[in-house]
Design a protein around this ligand. Structure first.
Ligand SMILES: [Ca+2]
Length: 161
């Protein structure tokens, strides 16, 4: 249960203005799949130096009509989110975002267990990248990356001060 409390703590650090009904609903329906996440990591985590794709989702997260493919990947014992835009000439890497913890995390949302989703967390009708992780104390964190159109990049909404 400590993990869940920490998760709520993370969520509350989001700016009050952006702490919308959408996030509240997600928070309420969210429970951690702590043990299944660990089992997955033990099964797949032996070769930690290799690049391993942990999860992939596709969606319109930059709202420019171009689909993006979002990949949660482990390499060199770190976890990253890679964002590719899918254009006529194939896929182009537009962002690589380090997740601040080294263990993959899972959560339950609407009855599904996932380690990576696109979900409109702040209620602006644009989905954010939601990627849970566990820190070295196996405390769960919910990392939310939001697209900044002016900067054409993503930033971590849930970053601690
Ligand atoms: Ca949003």
């Amino acid at each position: 249960m400590m993990g869940f409390k920490s998760l709520i703590g993370d969520l509350k650090k989001i700016e009050p203005l952006s702490f919308s009904l959408g996030l509240g609903m997600m928070c309420l329906s969210l429970s951690l799949a702590f043990h299944s996440g660990l089992k997955y990591e033990i099964r797949n985590g032996l070769a930690l130096n290799e690049r391993v794709v942990l999860s992939t989702v596709t969606g319109n997260i930059t709202q420019d009509g171009i689909l993006s493919k979002v990949i949660k990947v482990r390499s060199d014992n770190k976890i990253f989110i890679e964002v590719y835009q899918l254009g006529a000439n194939g896929q182009e890497l537009i962002s690589k975002l380090p997740i601040p913890h080294s263990h993959d995390g899972y959560f339950h949302l609407r009855g599904e267990s996932s380690n990576l989703i696109l979900n409109d967390v702040d209620g602006d009708s644009i989905p954010e990248i939601v990627a849970p992780s566990f820190d070295h104390n196996m405390v769960a964190h919910l990392n939310v990356y939001k697209y900044d159109r002016e900067a054409n990049s993503f930033y971590l909404m849930t970053k601690k001060e």
